[in-house]
Design a protein around this ligand. Structure first.
Ligand code: ADP
Length: 314
């Protein structure tokens, strides 16, 4: 089984209680561990895989809480860093349909310093890049580019999720799109939401979006479509893989559970290239990953809602 290095942010989600999606009216907030790449590492570890988190938190009680949470879930945190900047915070509102809105107070996640020591462990393993905060400048963005380069030279399987957060890119969406392109070009697998696929391709339907994004370079595209399941696309073939029926109460982490479960399955292949030409193999993996996403929507929060291997196999 290969390790999956997950690079990006680990932060506190302060989730507004009982105020619909209006953060301005929120009074009480509940503290939760969050950050998409960290959730992906947890999703992999919870299924019994080797999720490694690479990111930075503050030397403060929130940073301690976050690293403890990941460790408890079985994530390898030996490559995580701490710094004197305060831990990154996100304030999150949750609407009745489970959709979310964010306001960020950015801090320590930005300070991730590139570590060349990781390179020796890259060979034969996998890399997942989640870009919610990674393309906003600073040491993290520098580390991000270098890890992509290292992964290419080590022939790793590379996965990319843009994790677009409108609050962080207001008025600068074009810059976000431009910065994502090298990652879409070089990744073997890209996971987009429908909104991200349309934004990044500048199209108004997901079929055209796939054409444009394959043209950029990625071999496999998955577009998660909530309860409709996932569109799986190769340059010459695509299909929608349905999800299971559940009663969703909180969509937080569903996409991370999905990509985590997919990467977990790929990490068991002798050669990751198998997924490039075996459509039925990929579709069967996506069916399972859809189930992981669906289960995650049935509980509040991301990490506590991620399924274990036995939950997934029932
Ligand atoms: P994202 O965070 O990428 O927007 P989604 O909310 O689309 O993620 O969820 C990821 C995957 O989880 C979907 O592709 C789907 O397979 C599954 N899923 C999400 N919401 C539901 C739901 N309400 N019912 C069934 N499956 C769901």
């Amino acid at each position: 089984m290969k390790k999956v290095f997950c690079v990006g942010e680990l932060l506190i989600d302060f989730v507004a209680e009982n105020q619909g999606n209006d953060l301005s009216k929120a009074i009480n907030f509940t503290k939760k561990a969050g950050g998409a790449p960290a959730n992906v590492a947890c999703a992999i570890a919870k299924l019994g895989g080797k999720g490694v988190f690479v990111g930075s938190v503050g030397q403060d009680p929130f940073g301690t809480f976050l690293l403890d949470t990941l460790k408890t879930e079985g994530v390898d945190i030996s490559m995580a860093q701490t710094c004197s900047t305060f831990t990154t915070l996100a304030f999150v509102s949750l609407a009745e349909d489970g959709e979310r809105d964010f306001v960020f107070s950015r801090g320590a996640d930005r300070e991730l310093v590139y570590d060349s020591a990781l390179r020796k462990d890259f060979s034969g393993n996998m890399l997942h890049l989640g870009a919610a905060t990674a393309l906003l400048g600073g040491p993290l963005e520098n580390a991000y580019g270098k890890y992509l380069f290292d992964a290419l030279t080590r022939e790793m399987f590379i996965s990319f999720d843009p994790n677009f957060r409108g609050d962080l890119w207001k008025g600068n969406e074009q810059q976000f799109i431009k910065k994502c392109m090298p990652f879409i070009e070089k990744s073997h697998l890209c996971k987009f939401s429908k909104e991200e696929a349309l934004l990044l391709s500048n199209t108004n339907n997901i079929q055209d979006a796939c054409d444009v994004l394959h043209e950029v370079g990625t071999k496999i595209i998955t577009i998660t479509l909530g309860k409709e399941g996932t569109l799986v696309s190769y340059p010459t073939k695509r299909e929608i893989v349905p999800s299971i029926t559940v009663k969703a109460i909180d969509t937080t982490g569903a996409g991370d559970a999905f990509i985590g479960c997919l990467l977990y399955q790929i990490s068991h292949l002798d050669k990751y290239e198998q997924v490039f030409n075996d459509v039925s193999l990929l579709v069967s993996m996506v069916e399972k990953a859809n189930k992981a996403g669906a289960i995650t929507t049935t509980k509040y929060g991301a990490i506590p809602a991620l399924p274990s291997k036995s939950q997934l196999e029932n």
